[in-house]
Each structure stands twice: as structure tokens, then as C-alpha cells.
Design a protein around this ligand. Sequence first.
Ligand SMILES: Nc1nc2c(ncn2[C@@H]2O[C@H](COP(=O)(O)OP(=O)(O)OP(=O)(O)O)[C@@H](O)[C@H]2O)c(=O)[nH]1
Ligand SMILES: [Mg+2]
Length: 407
Amino acid sequence: MELILAVVIALVVAVAVTSGLVISGRKKKQLPPAEPPSTTPTITAPPAEPHVGEEAETPREEPRRTVEEVPLPAEEAVGTPVAVEDPVVAEPPAPEIEIPEPTAGRLVRLRARLARSQNSLGKGLLTLLSREHLDEDTWEEIEDTLLTADVGVAPTQELVERLRERVRVLGTRTPEELRALLREELIALLGPDLDRTVRTESPADVPGVVMVVGVNGTGKTTTTGKLARVLVADGKSVVLGAADTFRAAAADQLQTWGERVGARTIRGPEGGDPASIAFDAVKEGIAEGADVVLIDTAGRLHTKTGLMDELGKVKRVVEKHGPLDEILLVLDATTGQNGLIQARVFAEVVDITGIVLTKLDGTAKGGIVVAVQRELGVPVKLVGLGEGPDDLAPFEPGAFVDALIGD
Ligand SMILES: Nc1nc2c(ncn2[C@@H]2O[C@H](COP(=O)(O)OP(=O)(O)OP(=O)(O)O)[C@@H](O)[C@H]2O)c(=O)[nH]1
Ligand SMILES: [Mg+2]
């Protein structure tokens, strides 16, 4: 009897437990549809119940929540630990740092970008030189070709004279001989022995300081950004100085470039003093032991004396930290001879140590490289061959001429 009683009790208990489970299961089903966890900040909110050791704390104010009130994670999210992250506390994903391409051989890689100069200058000259009879008219055409490509009057005359002489000595000419001859003479015109190293290292134990100047729209900010990438690719730490307070979006533009490679940008208020921002950027670079500080300046019309004075001031103020290692003048190759006039004015205000010729990809006037070097007595160190982040190449006369006349 006792045994039967015990069995009955056991059965009753079992049924009660089972129905309880069913109920709780039903309850679960009746819950409001689960929100996706990404929009559910309550999931990891502090628990309403105090923990051990928290007795001394002031009583918590949050309303207590029953199990039913807590939304469940969405079906597919269950088991995905990242999904339960609290979006309120969650840090935004760290911006992906890009690894820029190495600079070696960039000019060779980007040679197709010189197509327009190649067709009008390189191929044009080769075709003319291949004519059976190199009469006066042909030499004049050769001269015109060089002038049209912005080589400049004096260098053009020099080149034509040397070509005439060598063709005369050569007598009969094969296309290979002509090509080799033209190649040599064009390279000679570009000053193959000029030092084109961009000085990004200081002789002292401080960061190298590079300042980028030029007329508005020539590509200063773009070039500063591209250069930062090159330096980062070489394993250097870079600080950017947004000394262009003239234009609203200028600092943002530079900062965007910097963020892509993890370089910090020092900036100030719009309309602020560019010299003080440049000064601060170098100060910051020294403080954090950076390798290089790149200073982007405002685009200014070379005719505005006040603005040119300001540029001189930026330079002087930065030099309180020590001498600048490189002052790059950015020139837009498509502006041709007009760019040369600008170049001259800039050279008077700051001592340009190198030229960056941008937008060579969009012009047939590749000869401007020769003219601008002659004009300033300063080498072209870098060339811009497109708007892409790695479309800045160290200038190499040999590779440049090969790109023009084909090898
Ligand atoms: N095709 C081509 N476009 C370039 C090159 N370099 C710069 N650009 C473009 O030229 C435009 C102006 O470039 P920025 O770098 O803003 O010029 P900036 O000198 O800083 O201009 P300001 O700050 O206004 O003085 C942008 O659209 C660039 O993408 C280049 O080598 N080739
Ligand atoms: Mg700019």
C-alpha cells in the first residue's frame, strides 16, 4: 500500500514538473519577438541584483526586470558572441590601416599614364627623326614638337643642335640607333646626376620636417597624403600639420589621408594662424619622437603679396625648431608656362628644395619637367601620375624617357 502511495506521489510530482516545463516553454513562445541584439542595449546592462561585496554601495535605482522582460537574442544570433555586444559601449571598429605599395619601380608601373606625352613628344620625335631626309623643315618640326611639349626655348635649341650634330656624324640611321640617340639626349637634358632624394630625415635627432607649398589646386594636399603613405610604407612614423586654415575642408581632407595610414593630423580652427599650427605640428612630432612631420599649406595665388608673406612666416616660425629639411613646390603640369611664373614667385619667398610635378597623367606637355628644373635650378623629385593614393612616383630620368619613347 505504501508502495502504491509512493508511486502515486512520484507520478503527481512528475506531472507537475512536466507541466511546469511546458508552461515555461509556452511562456517563452509568448515573449515579444526578439529584437536583433545589435539594437538591444539592455542585454548587457548592469544587473539589477547587487553582487557579493556590493552591500556598501548606494542602492541601485534601476527598476527590476523579470526574466520575461528581457528580450531573447534572435534565433540566428544565438551562439555568436560578437552579436551580444552592447552597441552603446561598443567601440567603433578601428579604421583599417592600409599598406601602401612600395615606391620602387612606380614610374615604370605608371608609365602608361604618360600616354599623352608619349604620343605627342616621344613618338612624334622618333617619327620625325626617321625621315629619309632631315631637311631644315624637318628640324623645325622637331623644334616645334619640343616647344609644344613645354620643353622651353633654350633647352629645345640645345637639344636640336646636339641631335643635328650626332645625326650628321652617324650618317645612315637605323630606328634602333635613332632611339638610343634620342634617349641619351633627352636624359642629358633632364639632368641625370641631380640629387632627387626627398629629404625626410633630419641630421639632428629630431623628426625630418617637410613643407609643401604651391598655388591652389595644384595637388598639395593630395601630394602630402601620398607622401605620408610612402613614408609609412617605409616603416616611418608620420605627423601631419594642417597649416591650411584658409579653406574649410582642408584639414579634413588631410586628416582623411592620414587616417588611412595611421598618421596623426595636427590642426587648428578655421581661419586660425597657419604658422602656429605648423609650429605645433613640429613640436608634437618632436614630443612623440616621430620620424617625419609633413606640413600642408594653403593654396594661394602667387599674386597676393599678403598671402605670400604669410607663407614666409610659416617657414620662419617652423624654423624656430630647426631648419626645414625639404620644401617641396607642387606644380600642376597641365598649367604649362604659367606654372613657371608661379614657381619663380614661390622660389623668392621660400627656398624651394624640390619640385613635385602633378597631373602629368593628363597632359601632353611632359617637357615641362625640363623647363621647370631649368627655371628654378631645383630638381623634380616626385611626379604625380593620377588621383589614386599610390599614384606618386619618384622621378627617374631614365624611366621617364623610356616611358616617352618606348623601349
Ligand atoms: N590626374 C591627377 N589629378 C591629381 C594629381 N594630383 C592631384 N590631383 C587632383 O587635383 C585636385 C586638387 O588636389 P589638392 O591636393 O586638393 O590640391 P591643393 O593644392 O591641396 O588645393 P588647395 O588646398 O585648394 O590649394 C584633386 O582633385 C586631386 O585629386 C595627379 O597627379 N593627377
Ligand atoms: Mg590643399
